[in-house]
Design a protein around this ligand. Structure first.
Ligand code: 16G
Length: 242
């Protein structure tokens, strides 16, 4: 099963072997995978090699550990650590997944009260509004509505955000360095429209997030209202004692 003469490292081949079993449904969500000891015996490699493969699959979100019980197949829930400012595309890439979006709306419109206040601009000034369904493996994960100050990123609506990352475009095309963000979370039930876009049953629990992202000099750049599927996404905060 493993090719000892291949240039692909053995731990990579083991990862592929486990992923193959997940994708073909041999390993189903929440079932335990064989122990490191039996995998190393079965595959004829050291436990250290098996351990490296499993560790990476845990990091990438494919497997999870239950202490004292073993290592299990994840059910596709994405767990995002809240210690760095990342975008959706980047978060998914870290897990070896490709994100794409369905653009529901993109265009320039006058800033509402909330948007103007948050972005610290006068009410009615033009903002770009980008509303996207964020997807992974064709599965909707979140619904995000971003508002950006037109003056900072003129004509940004010409980009194809079904494939491109907003953060990449801001960074590479407009030279905007995003420095930090403030985020608030609220759990509530999905509205009918949200449930429809996220393919959820009406009234399912969702996580509503509001994010303001700042560039240098504490200048707000984007205001985003997002709705994440409660059954597919969770956030883990890193708390350090000071
Ligand atoms: C994340 C951000 C969102 C940002 C987007 C950029 C949260 C809750 N939201 O989804 O504010 O606009 O990433 O993603 O984390 P992109 O670079 O893939 O377009």
């Amino acid at each position: 099963m493993l090719d000892m003469n291949s240039s692909q490292p053995l731990y990579e081949q083991i990862k592929q072997h486990i992923l193959y079993n997940i994708h073909t449904g041999k390993f189903t969500p929440h079932t335990r995978i064989p122990s490191e000891r039996s995998l190393s015996k079965q595959l004829g490699v050291s436990r250290l090699t098996v351990n490296k493969a499993i560790k990476e699959l845990i990091q990438d979100g494919w497997l999870y550990v239950q202490i004292g019980k073993g290592t299990f197949i994840n059910d596709g829930t994405i767990d995002q650590e809240l210690d760095t400012l990342t975008g959706f595309t980047e978060e998914m890439a870290k897990r070896g997944q490709r994100a794409d979006s369905y653009v529901l709306e993109i265009g320039v419109q006058p800033a509402s009260d909330t948007v103007a206040q948050t972005l610290r601009i006068a009410k009615g000034l033009p903002v770009v509004r980008l509303k996207r369904i964020r997807r992974v493996n064709n599965q909707p994960i979140a619904l995000e509505t971003s508002s950006l100050i037109v003056a900072l990123c003129p004509n940004i609506e010409r980009y194809d955000f079904s494939k491109l990352s907003l953060y990449d475009i801001l960074r590479n095309e407009y030279d905007i360095r995003l420095v930090y963000a403030q985020q608030t979370f609220e759990s509530r039930r999905a509205t009918d429209d949200e449930a429809h876009h996220l393919k959820l049953k009406k009234g399912s629990p969702i996580l509503a997030i509001a994010r303001v992202t700042y560039a240098d000099n504490d200048a707000p750049v984007e205001y985003v209202e997002s709705v994440y599927r409660g059954d597919k996404y969770k956030f883990t905060a890193i708390l350090r004692r000071i």
